[in-house]
Design a protein around this ligand. Structure first.
Ligand SMILES: [Fe+2]
Length: 420
């Protein structure tokens, strides 16, 4: 048995595993620090695990039950650590092993280390993400749809009650405009505009009037060259009927393009593709299409992997032509880079939907966890914009407003947009 002095400091932590076969008594303040660290580390492990799991093309039911189980395990963690550290019986705070705690104590050590080292590192790295130099300007106008309509368009979805929670930003939309400098752009394309819509999740909440209002406000962006819809369009068996009357309202000079996401995959993908086509969109699937924009060729690529496979075959795709890729998930960034995509537009991760002050997003379904939760990223040679999307399966948004984005591409000197 090893007893620490009452002034046992945090310096002992790296050596905690040395005590794994014995017992280490600690002071109450340090015990509280270790308890909080263990809870933080445990939560981090469970959240990242769930995020990575959600990147896999698993059946919806499996993911739904895994998420519930994961949340339950997160909540049980503090109870487990409370007992493991001995807070419950007043006999002193200690790390202890033995037959009873043989499994708990090693996990307690791991959680403490994660909480004290990995969690702060994750927050620091998150805030150190650099904005690409190619992003010349970014501004957003917040449209409070509930105020403009005069009522909360919560609709009749199964989870409409969530939309009514105080502080929920589900009806406050960022009408965002981002200007990117792309030196490889043909001079004729200077000022080319793309409306990026993602993750409508049509399921009854928000109501159809919400989407109609937002799409009408999109017309204030002025004439558009292209429209890109990056998946998760429908999220119920009935609301595919909304696709044509809603998305059919928009027009662009050189057409609208769409791909499907995982929620479309879990429903009737063929029907949703048919609705999109009837609304006037080119449904790319995992394919590509060469179009002419202001007299110059552009290749528009769809990437619906990992839910629909295989990825587009670009073997016969012309080289040296600007490549725009619509991908549901930002996880395909490596594929886009390998295939020399110039501009990639993605959604799927919704910005995390709930973003804690300073800490940021937590639940982000990506194999990169929250690395690409929203915003713009430059991974040479690909410039990627990840939209927070317009809605979600759960109508919950805190510190993470829905987003529609007008992307404007401009030409300019190469050194201004050099990799950063
Ligand atoms: Fe989505």
């Amino acid at each position: 048995m090893v007893h620490s002095s009452p002034h046992c400091s945090l310096l002992v932590l790296p050596f905690l595993p040395l005590f794994a076969m014995t017992e280490l008594q600690v002071s109450l303040p340090l015990g509280i620090v270790l308890f909080l660290a263990a809870c933080t580390g445990h939560t981090l492990l469970m959240v990242v695990g769930l995020n990575v799991l959600y990147a896999w093309p698993l059946p919806h039911g499996v993911l739904r039950y895994t998420r519930k189980l994961d949340i339950l395990v997160i909540l049980l963690g503090p109870v487990l650590f409370w007992y493991a550290l001995g807070f419950h019986d007043g006999s002193g705070i200690s790390f202890e092993t033995g037959a009873r705690r043989a499994l708990v104590t090693p996990y307690l050590f791991v959680s403490c280390i994660l909480g004290l080292v990995a969690a702060p590192a994750a927050v620091i790295l998150y805030h150190c993400r650099r904005v690409p130099k190619a992003l010349l300007s970014g501004r957003a106008q917040v449209v409070d749809v509930a105020r403009e309509l005069g009522y909360l368009p919560a609709g009749r979805g199964k989870k409409a009650y969530l939309a009514r929670l105080p502080g929920n930003q589900v009806c406050q939309v960022d009408m965002s405009e981002r200007t990117f400098l792309m030196p490889q752009l043909p001079p004729e394309w200077d000022g080319l505009s793309i409306l990026h819509l993602s993750d409508l999740h049509l399921c009854g909440t928000p109501d159809r009037s919400f989407f109609r209002h937002v799409l009408e406000r999109c017309k204030e962006f002025g004439e558009l060259d292209l429209i890109a819809v990056t998946g998760d369009i429908v999220d119920s068996k009935r609301h595919h009927r909304w696709v044509v009357p809603l998305l059919g309202r928009l027009r662009a000079r050189h057409g609208g393009f769409a791909i499907l996401g995982n929620h479309d995959y879990w429903l009737d993908a063929t029907l949703i593709r048919r609705r999109l086509t009837r609304a006037g969109y080119h449904v790319l699937g995992n394919g590509w299409k060469q179009i002419e924009v202001r007299g110059k060729p552009m290749v528009v690529i769809g990437n619906e992997t990992p839910w629909f496979r295989p990825a587009a075959d670009l073997a016969s795709c012309p080289a040296g032509v600007f490549r725009l890729c619509l991908s549901h998930t930002p996880d395909t960034i490596s594929w886009c880079r390998a295939n020399l995509v110039d501009l990639m537009l993605a959604g799927h991760v919704h910005g995390g939907q709930i973003r804690l002050p300073f800490i940021g997003s937590l639940f982000v379904p990506s194999r990169f966890s929250r690395r690409y939760d929203c915003g713009s990223f430059f991974e040479p040679p690909t410039l990627m914009h990840v939209s927070r999307g317009l809605a979600g399966q759960h109508p919950l948004r805190f510190n993470c407003r829905p987003e529609v984005t007008k992307i404007v591409l401009v030409t300019g000197p190469r050194q201004l947009a050099s990799p950063d």
